[in-house]
Design a protein around this ligand. Structure first.
Ligand SMILES: [Mn+2]
Length: 322
C-alpha cells in the first residue's frame, strides 16, 4: 500500500497536511505538490487498487477526471478542500470534506476534523489564506496572546507568499522541502525556534518583495476597482497574490486585480473581491479559459494581452456598486 499526500504548495495546503500527519504520522507517504497555481496535481499520482490518497486544498472540479479514475480502480481517497467542487463523484472509496464557504479554508476544515489538536498550525494556514477573522478567533479561542497571534500571522503570510511563482525555480523554497522541514514540529513556534534560517529567509524575502510592489502605482484606480500591473520580474510573480491580499485589506470596499507578466507573453491575474463582500471572484475568473479560484480570491493563469480590455470590462461590471 502506498500513501500519497497531494497538497497545494501554499500555506493553507502545507498547514493542512502538517496537521493531518501530526495526527497520523506516515514517514513513507509520497508528497505531491507544486507552486500554488499548479493545481492539476492528481493526474501526477499513479495510485493503484489498495493505495490511499490524501488530497488537500485543490479544487475537486479541476481534478475530477483523475479522481474518478482512481475511485474506479479501487483507490481510497480522502479529499478536504474549500474550492469550487461541483458535483461530488458517487463511487465508493471517497471520503470528502468540502466546504466552499468564503470564511473557511482547508487548514480550518482539518482543524475541525482533528478536533483542534494542532490548532496553532490551522491558525497559520488560515492567516496564509487571508482568513484574518476566523484565524484571529481561533487564536483567541486556544489562548494565544496578541504577540503570538501576530507571529503566526506573519508566518502564514510568508508561507503563502512562498507558494507563488510560475515555476518552482522562482520560489525561495520548494513546498515539498518546506513540508519536510516543517512537519516534524508540533507547533509553528517550535519550527521558528528550530529552523531560524529558513524562517529568516522567508521573512526577508517577503519584506523585500513587498517593498518593491508597494512602490508600483495603480494602472487603474476607480471607487469600485483597482488594477495593478507589476513589472516582468521573478519577484513580481512571487509577491502577486500576497500583494493582492494586502490591497484588499487596505481598501476593503474595493476589488483588486494584480497583473504579472508570464512566460507565454500574456498576464497572470490575481483577483481579490472586496474584503467586505467576498463574492464573485471565481465567477469572474472562470469566464476566461485558465481562470479559477474561490469567491473571495481567484485568478487567471494566462490572459492573452488582447483579452486584457475585455477582462477589465468584466471586472468593472462584476463589482459595479452604482
Ligand atoms: Mn486554501
Amino acid at each position: 500500500m502506498t500513501q500519497y499526500d497531494v497538497f497545494n504548495g501554499d500555506a493553507d495546503g502545507l498547514c493542512a497536511l502538517i496537521q493531518m500527519r501530526l495526527a497520523e504520522p506516515m514517514e513513507d507517504a509520497v508528497p505531491v505538490t507544486g507552486v500554488k497555481r499548479d493545481i492539476s496535481l492528481l493526474k501526477r499520482v499513479e495510485a493503484v487498487s489498495g493505495d490511499r490518497v490524501l488530497v488537500l486544498d485543490i479544487s475537486l472540479d479541476k481534478n475530477r477526471a483523475p479522481l474518478e479514475g482512481m475511485l474506479r480502480r479501487g483507490v481510497s481517497v480522502t479529499y478536504i478542500d474549500h474550492h469550487f467542487a461541483g458535483e461530488l463523484p458517487t463511487e465508493g472509496g471517497l471520503d470528502a470534506l468540502i466546504d466552499p464557504d468564503p470564511h473557511t479554508c482547508t487548514s480550518l476544515l482539518v482543524n475541525q476534523r482533528l478536533e483542534g489538536q494542532f490548532a496553532h498550525w490551522a491558525v497559520v494556514g488560515a492567516f496564509g489564506d487571508n482568513m484574518n477573522r476566523p484565524a484571529t478567533e481561533l487564536a483567541a479561542q486556544v489562548g494565544l496572546s496578541e504577540a503570538e497571534t501576530a507571529t503566526l500571522k506573519e508566518l502564514g503570510v510568508c508561507l503563502n507568499y512562498n507558494g507563488y511563482g510560475t515555476s518552482l525555480e522562482d520560489l525561495h523554497f520548494d513546498p515539498a522541502f518546506l513540508y519536510e522541514k516543517l512537519h516534524h514540529y508540533g507547533t509553528p513556534f517550535a519550527f521558528i525556534e528550530g529552523e531560524p534560517e529558513i524562517y529568516r529567509q522567508l521573512l526577508d524575502g517577503y519584506r523585500e518583495d513587498m517593498a518593491r510592489a508597494g512602490a508600483v502605482a495603480a494602472r487603474l484606480a476607480e471607487p469600485d476597482i483597482a488594477v495593478f500591473e507589476l513589472p516582468d520580474e521573478v519577484w513580481a510573480c512571487r509577491i502577486s497574490g500576497v500583494f493582492g491580499n494586502r490591497l484588499a485589506n487596505a481598501h476593503p470596499e474595493r476589488a483588486h486585480a494584480v497583473l504579472t507578466h508570464n512566460r507565454d507573453g500574456g498576464y497572470t491575474v490575481s483577483v481579490r473581491a472586496p474584503a467586505v463582500r467576498k463574492e464573485k471572484a471565481d465567477e469572474l475568473c472562470r469566464q476566461f479559459p485558465t481562470g479559477g479560484g474561490r469567491q473571495g480570491a481567484a485568478g487567471i493563469n494566462h490572459l492573452p494581452p488582447e483579452a486584457l480590455d475585455g477582462f477589465i470590462a468584466a471586472f468593472r461590471e462584476t463589482y459595479r456598486t452604482a
